[in-house]
Design a protein around this ligand. Structure first.
Ligand code: PMP
Length: 330
C-alpha cells in the first residue's frame, strides 16, 4: 500500500516550479519553491517538526506538555499540527495585525490563541513577546520553542530545504532568494547552499521597506511574516550577500499577478520575494538559475490582498491591468 503513517511524514520535499509569465524579458531561469504543499500549508512545518523533535530529545518538552509561542500564524499551524499528532497542547500569542482567517485556522487545530496589540514596544507588558513569556512561567510543563533564537529553526532548513534545492536543480542553482522574518529560512538554506557550492551560490534576502534588515527604522508595513524591528539570533547576517527592500504595494501587486498569470495563489511575502527575485534575475545571464522560496498560500489573505476594497483603501490598486470594481463606469 502507498500510504503515509501520519501528516508529519508529508513535511518537506515540496515542488520546484518554473515561473513563465512574470519573467518576460528575463534570460535567466526563475524557479519557485512552493511551500504551501507542506501539510500545514507553509514553510513553517519544517521548523515546527525539527524544534519539537529536538525538544523531546533534550527533555525540554515532556509528555503531555504545553507549547507556548508568539507567532504570526504559520509557525503556529505547523506547531499545532505536529503537537496534535504527538499529544501536546498549544497556546499561541499573535499580534492584532494578523488576519482573523489565520487565527481561526489555529483554533481549528485545537490551539488556544491570545491576541495582543501591535502598536506597543517589544518591552511593553502587553507586547506579544512579553505575554508569551508570562504564560510560559504560569503554565505547568510549558515549553517555548522561540523560533527567533532556536538553532533548530535554521538547522531544519540546513537539513531539508537546502539539500532539496541542490538535488532538484542538479547543482545548477546560482541564486537563492527568500524573504527574511526570523531569518531561519535564508540562514539555514543559504549556509547549506554556500557550503555545497564552494561559496558560488548567491544568497539574497527580500525585506519589506521599513524593516531593520534593509536599513529601516522598524516602521510599520503590511506584508505579514517578514521584516523585523530587532535582529533575531536565528538570522545569520554573514550568509546573505545582499538584501532587497520591497514596498507593500509592489509586494501585493505581484502577489495578485502570481495567481492570475502563474496559477500560484500565494501570500504577500511570496509576492515580495518574487519582486526581489526578478530584480536579481534581470541582472543574471541565460545560464543562471534563480530560485525563490514562496512560504505560504494565498488562502489566508482573501479578505486583504485579494479583496479589491482593502487594496483600494491603501491605494494599492491604481495600476493599469487591475479589473474594475462593481459600480465603476466602463
Ligand atoms: N513569509 C511568511 C508568510 C512567514 O510566515 C515567514 C515566517 N515568519 C516568512 C515569510 C519568513 O521566514 P523566516 O522566518 O524563516 O525568515
Amino acid at each position: 500500500m502507498h500510504i503515509h503513517d501520519s501528516m508529519i511524514d508529508l513535511v518537506g520535499n515540496t515542488p520546484l516550479v518554473r515561473l513563465n509569465r512574470v519573467t518576460q524579458g528575463i534570460q535567466a531561469t526563475v524557479l519557485a519553491k512552493v511551500e504551501y504543499f507542506n501539510p500545514g500549508g507553509s514553510v513553517k512545518d519544517r521548523i515546527a517538526l525539527r524544534m519539537i523533535e529536538a525538544a523531546e530529545e533534550s527533555g525540554a518538552l515532556r509528555p503531555g506538555g504545553t507549547i507556548v509561542e508568539p507567532t504570526s500564524g504559520n509557525t503556529g499551524v505547523g506547531l499545532a499540527m505536529v503537537a496534535q499528532q504527538k499529544g501536546y497542547k498549544c497556546v499561541f500569542v499573535c499580534p492584532d495585525k494578523v488576519s482573523t482567517d489565520k487565527i481561526n485556522v489555529l483554533r481549528a487545530y485545537g490551539a488556544e490563541v491570545v491576541v495582543c496589540p501591535t502598536a506597543v514596544d517589544p518591552e511593553h507588558p502587553d507586547s506579544y513577546y512579553n505575554v508569551s513569556d508570562r504564560l510560559v512561567r504560569e503554565i505547568p510543563d510549558a515549553w517555548k520553542p522561540d523560533q527567533y533564537s532556536n538553532p533548530n529553526n535554521p538547522l531544519s532548513h540546513y537539513h531539508s530545504t537546502g539539500p532539496e534545492l541542490w538535488e532538484q536543480t542538479e547543482g545548477r542553482i546560482t541564486h537563492f532568494v527568500a524573504g527574511v522574518g526570523t531569518g531561519g529560512t535564508i540562514s539555514g538554506t543559504g549556509r547549506y547552499l554556500k557550503e555545497v557550492s564552494d561559496g558560488k551560490v548567491r544568497i539574497i534576502g527580500a525585506d519589506p521597506e521599513g524593516s531593520v534588515y534593509s536599513g529601516g527604522s522598524g516602521r510599520p508595513y503590511l506584508v505579514e511574516g517578514v521584516g523585523e524591528d530587532f535582529w533575531p539570533s536565528a538570522y545569520d547576517r554573514t550568509v546573505t550577500d545582499a538584501i532587497v527592500a520591497v514596498s507593500d504595494k509592489d509586494s501585493f501587486q505581484m502577489t495578485r499577478r502570481l495567481a492570475k498569470e502563474e496559477g500560484l495563489l500565494v501570500g504577500g511575502s511570496c509576492g515580495m520575494a518574487v519582486v526581489a527575485a526578478l530584480e536579481v534575475a534581470r541582472e543574471a545571464g541565460p545560464d543562471d538559475v534563480v530560485v525563490v522560496l514562496l512560504p505560504d498560500s494565498g488562502r489566508g489573505y482573501l479578505s486583504k490582498i485579494f479583496n479589491d476594497e482593502w487594496m483600494n483603501d491603501y491605494g494599492f490598486l491604481d495600476e493599469a491591468g487591475e479589473h474594475p470594481r462593481v459600480g465603476d463606469v466602463l
